[in-house]
Design a protein around this ligand. Structure first.
Ligand code: ZN
Length: 208
């Protein structure tokens, strides 16, 4: 069954990016940086252990970052390398032990770096969906998420921008802003029964 799904996914038509910029110009991890920061040597050198549920840094509201551009870039590179090593589609600074309001949202390789992101709007329409988190290794949960979301944030030059997400894009944006408020998706589950172990051969589950 997993094999059939893989074939279907591979045959899927390319879709519109599920995270779109609606205002301003965010700092994005472009193709050049992505190549450099995904390289094996770079990842080995810069990826750090992802903090796991129960670690206080994940359950505390993160703070506004006051970093120089060079410090910000170095932190984002470490976040990105750690995300690549863990095969994630997004990551928030607290997940690498840094309690600052910075997240990368990388659904469809959006590569958006959001500083101080705020959820401006979510759609009334929701969907029941599966969700994984690099900080809750080995599990996924079933929960209800809005189908659409709008987030605004600032870039590395403190300029404001806004993004809109659909489906997995919206889910990632809400998941990452949740991290910065000290919230994990497992806190939103209606029941412990909605949490399931990931099967060893399950390659479909993605975390953020
Ligand atoms: Zn997460």
């Amino acid at each position: 069954m997993a094999d059939d799904e893989d074939v279907e996914d591979a045959a899927e038509e390319p879709h519109e990016p599920r995270i779109r910029v609606t205002k301003g110009k965010p700092w994005r991890i472009d193709a050049g940086r992505r190549a450099k920061w995904s390289a094996e040597d770079f990842v080995r050198e810069h990826a750090v252990e992802i903090r796991q549920v129960g670690d206080p840094v994940l359950h505390t509201s993160a703070k506004h970052p006051k970093l120089s551009k060079a410090e910000l870039e170095a932190l984002v590179a470490r976040m990105f390398a750690s995300m690549v090593a863990a095969r994630g589609i997004g990551i928030a600074a607290p997940q690498i032990g840094v309690g600052l309001r910075i997240a990368i949202m990388d659904v469809d390789e959006a590569g958006i770096v959001a500083i101080d992101p705020v959820v401006d709007e979510v759609s009334e329409e929701t969907e029941q969906t599966s969700e994984g988190c690099l900080s809750v290794r080995g599990f996924y949960g079933m929960l209800e998420r809005p189908l659409g979301a709008r987030v605004s944030a600032v870039d590395i030059n403190a300029k404001r921008f806004a993004i809109a997400g659909d489906e997995l894009g919206a889910q990632c944006m809400l998941h990452e802003t949740g991290h910065l408020n000290g919230e994990l998706y497992v806190d939103r589950l209606k029941s412990r029964e909605d949490l399931h172990p990931v099967e060893p051969d399950d390659t479909e589950e993605v975390g953020a």
